[in-house]
Design a protein around this ligand. Structure first.
Ligand SMILES: Cc1cc2nc3c(=O)[nH]c(=O)nc-3n(C[C@H](O)[C@H](O)[C@H](O)COP(=O)(O)O)c2cc1C
Length: 367
C-alpha cells in the first residue's frame, strides 16, 4: 500500500464514521492535488502500466477510472489521475442543490468488502459545479485525462419533467466534461429507476440529444443501469436508449438486493436501506455486462462497474464485454494502491493469455 495513503489517510479512516472518513480523504486529496509537486510525487508512488485502449474516439492510457459518487462535487479532479486512474467520473450532479438523506447514510462491512449507501444525490447543484469547474479550467488546472460527468434527476422534479431536468444539467456542464453519464439507476431517489422504462428513457435521451445538437457537439452520452433490472427490461431499455441516440452503457449501479448474511454483523449491515456495492455486487454486474454485450454485440461500448477490486475481477469485466472499467468500493477498502494492483493484474493477464492488446480481449468470453 502506498506511503502517502498509509500515513495520511488510512489511520484516520479506521475509527470514524464512513462518510466522515470519506470526506476527510477527499479533502486531503483535494489539498494535495492542487500542488503540482505533490501530484508528481503521488504519480511516482502510484505508478500504473500503459494498457492503451481507444473508446468513444478517445485514447485511454488504461481502462480503469474512478466511479461516480466518490468525487460528488468535482472538488478533487486533479487528484485522481495523480493516483493512477486513467479517467474520472464526477457527480452525481442534479440541476438544483441537494442536501441528500439524513446521516448516517453510508455504511461499510469490512469482512465482506461491501458498502451500503443511501446518500440521495447530495451535491451543490449544476450551476455551482459549473462555476467551480470553470475556475479550474481558467486557472489551467484541468486534468490531462478524460473526464465524465454523472447526471441525476433532482429530487423535487417528478418523472414527467425529468427530460428537461437532465437536459438543463447536461447543458450547464457541457463544456466541463468529455463524456456524460445519465444516471437513472440510483436506488436512493424515489421513482428514479422508473426512468428505465422505454418511453421515459427515450424522452430523457432525446432531450439531452437535442442539447447536444444545439451545442454542435459530439460528446458521448452513456446510460447507467441498475443491476436489479430484469433481463428483458434491461434489453428493452437499452434498445430504446440506442434508438434515441445513446452512445454506450455503464453496468452497473448499486443493488437493493442482499446476499444471505453470514453472521450477526452482516445481518445488521444488510438490514440498512440503500444500495449495496463492492464484492457482493460483482457477479450480478458481470451477468449484466454479459447480457448487454450479447445483445448489442459491440455496437456501442460498455463500461463495467461493480466489485472490481483485483486483476481477476477486472479481467472478468473486460472478457465479458467491458471496454472500460470503474471502481468505488475497492478504493475504500484498499486505498489508492488498488489502481496499480488492478492495472498490473490486467497487464499480466493479457500477456499470460496471449492477447496482443486489451481491445482483443473485450467480450472474448462471449464469442
Ligand atoms: C457512497 C456512494 C455514492 C455513490 N454515488 C453515485 C452517484 O452519485 N451516481 C452514480 O451513478 N453512482 C453512484 N454510486 C455507485 C458507484 O458509482 C458504482 O456504480 C457502485 O458503487 C458499484 O461499484 P463498486 O462495487 O466498485 O463500488 C455511488 C456509490 C457509493 C458507494
Amino acid at each position: 500500500m502506498g506511503l502517502p495513503y498509509r500515513l495520511l489517510v488510512r489511520p484516520s479512516l479506521r475509527f470514524i464514521d464512513s462518510e466522515k472518513a470519506h470526506n476527510l480523504s477527499v479533502n486531503t486529496l483535494t489539498k494535495l492535488a492542487e500542488n503540482r509537486a505533490a501530484q508528481k510525487i503521488l504519480n511516482s508512488v502510484y505508478r500504473t502500466p500503459n494498457l492503451p485502449i481507444t473508446v468513444f474516439g478517445r485514447l485511454f492510457r488504461h481502462p480503469l477510472g474512478l466511479a461516480a459518487g466518490f468525487d460528488k462535487s468535482a472538488q478533487a479532479l486533479g487528484a485522481w489521475p495523480a493516483l493512477g486512474f486513467s479517467w474520472v467520473e464526477y457527480g452525481g450532479i442534479t440541476r438544483y442543490p441537494q442536501e441528500g438523506n439524513p446521516k448516517p447514510r453510508m455504511f461499510r462491512l469490512n469482512q465482506d468488502n461491501a458498502l451500503i449507501n443511501r446518500m440521495g444525490f447530495n451535491n451543490p447543484g449544476a450551476q455551482k459545479v459549473r462555476e467551480v469547474l470553470s475556475k479550474r479550467q481558467n486557472a489551467g488546472k484541468w486534468p490531462n485525462a478524460p473526464i465524465a460527468a454523472n447526471i441525476g434527476r433532482s429530487k423535487t422534479v417528478n418523472n414527467d419533467r425529468a427530460p428537461n431536468d437532465y437536459a438543463e444539467t447536461f447543458d450547464l456542464l457541457y463544456d466541463f466534461a468529455d463524456i456524460f453519464v445519465l444516471n437513472v439507476s440510483s436506488p436512493n431517489t424515489p421513482g428514479l429507476r422508473e426512468l428505465q422504462e422505454d418511453s421515459h428513457i427515450r424522452d430523457v435521451v432525446r432531450a439531452c440529444s437535442s442539447v447536444r445538437e444545439r451545442r454542435s457537439g459530439l460528446k458521448p452520452m452513456l446510460l447507467k443501469f441498475s443491476p436489479d433490472l430484469e433481463r428483458d427490461d434491461l434489453l428493452s431499455c437499452a434498445g430504446a436508449a440506442l434508438s434515441a441516440g445513446i452512445d454506450g452503457f455503464v453496468a452497473t449501479n448499486t443493488t437493493i438486493s442482499r446476499p444471505p448474511p453470514k453472521n450477526t454483523s452482516s445481518r445488521n449491515f444488510f438490514a440498512e436501506q440503500g444500495g449495496l456495492s463492492g464484492r457482493p455486487l460483482h457477479d450480478k454486474s458481470i451477468q449484466m455486462i454479459g447480457d448487454l454485450y450479447d445483445t448489442i454485440g459491440g455496437k456501442v461500448p460498455i463500461v463495467g462497474c461493480g466489485g472490481i477490486e483485483s486483476g481477476e475481477t477486472a479481467w472478468n469485466a473486460i472478457k465479458n464485454g467491458s471496454s472500460l472499467i470503474q471502481l468505488y468500493s475497492a478504493m475504500v477498502f484498499q486505498g489508492p494502491s488498488v489502481v496499480g494492483k488492478v492495472t498490473k493484474g490486467l497487464k499480466s493477464k493479457i500477456e499470460k493469455e496471449g492477447f496482443s492488446d486489451l481491445q482483443e480481449a473485450v467480450g472474448y468470453n462471449r464469442s
